[in-house]
Design a protein around this ligand. Structure first.
Ligand code: ASP
Length: 282
């Protein structure tokens, strides 16, 4: 089986027409997909998703990990989840503060009975497991916060779906949220609406969390693929269902047959895939 991987950097933030930001994000995605696709040759889909999402979190251009959006009370809270299509295990953290890589806390939780933790419980768990203090704020995000830029143009979540040579699929998604949200708001990214995988397909979402949760988007697409639809048909049908409420979402996905697919309801989502050759689109 040929291994395959697709990553995304969400809908590009700051300005829908800022070409410089778009190019910088595409360059970052190109570098990360190159590293991650070569990592996938010798690692499982799950290990590779953790690796790729960690690199995306470490890049300040994206709204995950370093460079995350600031919430309405001036604090950054991260949400991330991981799903192993082989074991069907889902793990995640919701609104965790002051850690560098939320996806790695989700990784640690994979081996626990209680696999999704939020807020102070997630932070305490992280500290007990060696995750040190890290402030993910950048001057750019503070400037945006101070200028009170509107949340709706700040989407830049990250995600990865990988299919390894043994045919296993995994998905991971990480976000700083939508920006300026009420503290306590729960993003889709650490739910099965925003991130899901089984032995048939894996999906990672970005967009407006409330719309993605209303659609149950990731799990719905994966279920349709499991029941026999192609990834493209399953995604298109699910995106049709977003239209009555003008749902704002984008997805990346891979099926067990090796189909790679991306679609979005609005332009400017950035993503990159590695199949036989590399491609970056926005
Ligand atoms: N889905 C994320 C949220 O609503 C935001 C994003 O994808 O950029 O928190």
């Amino acid at each position: 089986m040929n291994s395959k991987i697709i990553i995304h950097g969400g809908f590009f933030s700051e300005s829908g027409t800022n070409n410089e930001v778009k190019i910088a994000k595409q360059e970052a995605l190109t570098e990360i997909i190159k590293k991650s696709s070569s990592y996938l040759k010798t690692h499982s889909a799950l290990q590779t998703v953790i690796y790729a999402v960690s690199l995306l979190e470490d890049c300040p251009l994206f709204n995950a990990g370093l460079g995350s959006q600031i919430q309405s009370d001036g604090k950054i809270r991260l949400s991330a989840s991981l799903m192993d299509g082989k074991s069907q295990k889902f793990s995640g953290v919701i609104n965790i503060e002051d850690v560098k890589n939320a996806i790695q806390v989700a990784e640690k939780l994979m081996s626990e009975e209680d696999r999704v933790l939020s807020g102070s419980g997630a932070l305490e768990y992280a500290r007990q497991n060696g995750f040190e203090y890290f402030n993910p704020e950048t001057p750019q995000r503070r400037k945006e916060y101070e200028e009170k830029l509107n949340a709706s143009i700040g989407l830049g979540t990250v995600g990865c779906v990988a299919l390894d040579k043994d045919g296993n699929i995994a998905a991971g998604t990480s976000t700083g949220g939508k920006g300026f949200e009420i503290p306590g708001r729960v993003s889709d990214s650490a739910t099965v609406a925003g991130n899901f995988a089984n032995s048939s397909a894996g999906i990672s979402c970005t967009g407006v969390g409330e719309d993605i949760v209303s659609a149950g988007l990731s799990v719905k697409i994966v279920t349709r693929v499991t029941d026999g639809m192609s990834l493209e048909d399953a995604s298109r049908k699910s995106f049709e269902e977003l239209k009555p409420y003008d749902g704002f979402a984008g997805i990346i996905g891979i099926s067990s047959t090796g189909e790679i697919y991306h679609c979005d309801s609005h332009p400017y989502m950035v993503w990159a895939a590695y199949d036989k050759e590399m491609s970056v689109f926005s």
